[in-house]
Design a protein around this ligand. Structure first.
Ligand code: SAH
Length: 257
């Protein structure tokens, strides 16, 4: 397998964690997109219970908590991210309303119909959009909201190079209409859908990685796994530059019927 054909799943999780703990975001997004998605949600009060799944170090969670009332429980598989997350929450004086805990999005520590809102940016792909929206629904109250970002195709067909990359990385990638059908079948009414602007990838996800890559390579000199990881992420940035007309992240906001 050549380096460029490796998917992120083929790397050592500790290395991935170390790499991404040096940047504010672990996926494409922006405060503006988080706030825009939040603007469609009208059921929140100080008593609301919110979950942010696959929270990473909390870039989007802190924005969410600063713009919405209620308590946020944020979950990520990796303890290193959760440590940084809770430090970030304390720095912003949000520790009474925002708590990060280690856990998995496929075994959530919530009761049925406990949550008013489930949030997840750039993370549902870990269990797949269809499984995620179906399994998470039971934790929402009736009338509760789901707001997730998911990788989507923007056209019915696309160049082979980018098709091959994504089918390897995330075979569930599909068009927006297909995702909307899945959301509806899972028992949600679609409230809004919007495509994340390019800068959510270029400025906010790829660019902050550039200054940390050389340092990371220096620290792990001779470690081919670390070198391959950087090659892979640089390749991903190049592909986005070349093919961003064909794919991107989409915010889906649904309401439990
Ligand atoms: N929401 C953050 C992070 C997105 S990256 C942001 O937009 O910046 C995807 C995140 O999902 C990573 O932090 C990764 O550690 C986490 N993750 C992967 N598998 C997971 C699982 N099974 N349960 C919970 N989190 C998971």
């Amino acid at each position: 397998m050549s380096n460029e054909n490796k998917t992120i799943h083929d790397f050592d999780f500790n290395l991935i964690c170390e790499y991404f703990s040096n940047v504010e975001r672990q996926g494409p997004g922006s405060p503006e997109a988080t706030i825009k998605a939040l603007s469609f949600i009208d059921n929140l009060s100080d008593d609301s219970r919110i979950a942010d799944l696959g929270c990473g170090t909390g870039g989007q969670t802190m924005v969410l908590a600063q713009h919405a009332p209620g308590k946020v429980t944020a979950i990520d598989l990796f303890p290193l991210f959760i440590d940084l997350f809770n430090r970030n929450a304390a720095k912003l004086n949000l520790q009474d309303r925002v708590q990060g805990i280690t856990g998995s999005m496929d075994a959530l520590p919530f009761g049925e119909e406990e949550l008013d809102l489930i949030w997840s940016e750039g993370a549902i792909y870990n269990i797949g959009f269809e499984q995620g929206v179906n399994e998470w629904r039971k934790y929402l109250k009736k009338g509760g909201y789901l707001a997730v970002t998911e990788a989507c195709w923007f056209t019915d067909s696309r160049p082979e190079e980018i098709e091959t990359f994504w089918v390897e990385a995330y075979p569930e990638i599909n068009t927006i209409p297909k995702k909307l059908v899945q959301l509806q079948h899972a028992g949600y009414r679609t409230v809004a859908t919007f495509i994340l602007p390019d800068y959510c990838w270029t400025e906010n996800f790829f660019r902050p990685q550039i200054p940390i890559q050389d340092e990371f390579l220096l620290k792990h000199a001779g470690n081919t796994m670390a070198e391959d990881l950087v090659v892979n992420l640089r390749h991903e940035a190049m592909l986005y530059k070349k093919y961003s007309a064909f794919y991107g992240y989409v915010f889906f906001i649904g309401r439990k019927l």
